[in-house]
Design a protein around this ligand. Sequence first.
Ligand code: SF4
Length: 99
Amino acid sequence: MAEVNKPLKINERLALTTYITDVESHIQVDNEKCKDCVTKACLYVCPAKVYELKDGKIIAHYEACLELGGCIIACHQMGNKGITWKYPKGGQGVVFKYG
Ligand code: SF4
């Protein structure tokens, strides 16, 4: 029997999140800017691990975005301003439950 009051780990909580995924990404990454970025801050600030360094390029897995906006602040304050970010189109993206 599962322990009812056991706190969930972050990956377990993220697995409960619902998304309505847009066909277009609301996150654009300019890898020309990223290649000169020393901090690669985007890789560390996102709790959903949207950003991945693969074959020397930053990839944004936008479908997992929680829309916190921390990545663009970190990128523009500590990185090389490679991220262009906007909210997904109305009704799409992460679905928050209230109450
Ligand atoms: S922090 Fe910004 S500029 Fe630096 S690697 Fe990430 S997306 Fe590119």
